[in-house]
Ligand binder design. Sequence first.
Ligand SMILES: [Zn+2]
Length: 354
Amino acid sequence: MTKNLLLWVGEQRNPVKKDRKSDLVMDSVINYYDDDHPQLSYSPGQLFLDSGAFTASMKGLALSVEKVVSVQEFLSPNKAIPLDYPFRTGMPISQMKRRWQKTASNIIYWQESTRLKGKLVPTLHAWDKRSLRRNVIWLQKKADADYVALGSLVDPNFTRYGGFFGDRQPQRELVDMLSLAIKSVQEYTDFKVHLMGFGSSPLMLHLGYYLGANSTDSSGYRRKAAFGKIILPGTGERYVGNTSASFGIHRPLFETTIEYDWRSSADISLLQRCSCPICQVNKDSLWVDWKSRAIHNEYVMKEEAKLARALLSAGTEAYESYLDNVVFAHSSLKYLWDYAKLRKKYLRISDVLF
Ligand SMILES: [Zn+2]
């Protein structure tokens, strides 16, 4: 397994930080779609530009190919995703097939007719195991790229459970399709795998890296901050609200009916050890300022990625043991982790693909 795991930090028009020269930054065409002269309000070390397809699909909007190309060419990213057509629950297979055909023809169009050639990260979609194999092989033959992004990966039960679709519903089917897709890409192609949106929670980040993803992005760290949530190292997120409460273990940190057991001493000591630029100076601002929470969240996720790289350098077993004993030990997602281990160890492509 590669040790060079990438984490792209989500950023947008109203940036958390303007100076991003030392960061890999993920942004989306959707944030600039109506601009005649799109311009970044921060300076990235490297820029990865999404097409906005997923957001548009969720909102029921149709994006124009020309406009997406124009925004991408304007912003001149290091990596760009050609406009793709994700699946929605309830879609018949025939429609999914058509959407994949449009996705595939955009990949060719982006390669042949835009200035983004050589920077492309095409998206893989599949509606069952057979189409997964076929589409992976098509990408290997036709796509000029180093990375592929995993998009809608669904199986025939899609309408019942929602699939791997960006909503990250933590279900076994998600692990099934993800591990199968990653193994197929590894077996049939030279591409590395970008897993969209897995970098916003330590649990999902580690699950993605463990299953073999080479790269992910963390746009959700910012959304969580805006909704009053902070991420704790090695675990999930906690709601701190947006009030003027102070930090301290001598009194309740917040009063709410939300299920998180935030006042546990383990959580408090995790936060006390945080050495992000905010926590070092004034933890109180986590309670009152979303940008402080965003800076904290970003720092925590980068530290998790560093830890994953270090552990993987020591071998898969070291990583597994950390995930067993720390990350998932007391997590409500432990069943998912146990399942991921089984799939990683015992899944043979030849058993499920033909
Ligand atoms: Zn912090």
